[in-house]
Design a protein around this ligand. Structure first.
Ligand SMILES: Nc1ncnc2c1ncn2[C@@H]1O[C@H](COP(=O)(O)OP(=O)(O)OP(=O)(O)O)[C@@H](O)[C@H]1O
Length: 254
């Protein structure tokens, strides 16, 4: 990435999101704030229902917020109409989900190409080749998702998220469907995208051994910021688990 592409801080400022569930209101986000600097890897943890996925979806501009703002590279997402928002998201954000969301009838390579705009022209061929090589998937380029392992499918999903060279990657439980070896490989890959390519990553996870790959952990509780944990690059899951439990006051979490 060029310097100008990578200089894209993400600011979440006092965001509120309320859902109506039957006759009651659920305050999924109740004034959450978070800044992610370029080249930073931030994990979001919290008990089930604490608002992690809602926060990630707000950062991606996939939901409208009821208060506060999400600003990426100086652009308030709420000021963009649907078309410009879609283009802004494509140019600035890559999004990865637990369920990979690949198209089963398309090859790995074709899945990676899907989000690329026509304006990328022939550049897309070279980018696909580079991504397949970087992710160790060149040999698998013509395989369909059904012929790939979970870890391989998630690599293809990450390559698809990177096809437009976004500065920021948002990942919702990216290792949630993987065994521990494949999960660790995905974490190593995400860490390398930060260290080698200066991308920013925001990753939702329940798991201390996944969150430990981040620089910092933002802990949510009931839709609010509860605490921040600095991992200091120790990569020690027990330390992270203990610090996390301490922020929750010893509560048992899902
Ligand atoms: N589309 C929706 N309609 C109504 N309520 C919703 C909707 N999406 C989320 N919620 C509610 O908002 C709250 C926060 O949900 P969210 O999915 O963000 O939590 P989470 O921390 O990601 O949970 P989990 O770890 O279980 O995935 C929950 O009470 C949830 O039921």
């Amino acid at each position: 990435m060029t310097d100008s592409q990578s200089a894209k801080p993400l600011h979440v400022d006092n965001v509120i999101k309320t859902y109506q569930q039957g006759t009651s209101k659920v305050h999924a986000l109740d004034g959450v704030s978070l800044t992610v600097e370029p080249g930073e890897f931030v994990a979001i943890m919290g008990a089930s229902g604490s608002g992690k996925s809602t926060l990630l979806h707000a950062m991606a501009g996939l939901i409208d917020v009821d208060g506060g703002s999400v600003t990426i590279a100086g652009q308030d997402l709420s000021e963009l109409a649907d078309g410009p928002l879609t283009r802004f998201r494509r140019d600035n954000l890559g999004i990865v989900f637990q369920a990979y969301n690949l198209i089963p009838s398309l090859t790995a390579e074709a899945n990676i190409r899907l989000p690329a705009p026509k304006s990328m022209g022939r550049e897309v061929d070279a980018t696909v080749d580079q991504l397949l090589a970087r992710l160790g998937m060149t040999e698998r380029r013509t395989h369909k998702p059904g012929a790939l392992s979970g870890g391989e499918q998630q690599r293809i999903a990450i390559a698809r998220a990177l096809i437009c060279n976004p500065a920021i990657l948002l990942a919702d439980e990216p290792t949630g469907s993987l065994d521990s070896v494949s999960g660790t490989q995905i974490c190593e890959l995400l860490r390398a995208l930060v260290d080698e390519q200066h991308r920013s990553i925001v990753m939702v996870t329940h798991e201390p051994h996944v969150a430990m790959w981040a620089d910092r952990i933002c802990v949510l509780k009931d839709g609010t910021n509860l605490a921040e944990i600095q991992t200091d690059g120790t990569r020690d899951p027990q330390t992270v688990a203990r610090q996390y439990q301490e922020t929750l006051g010893g509560e048992v979490v899902a």
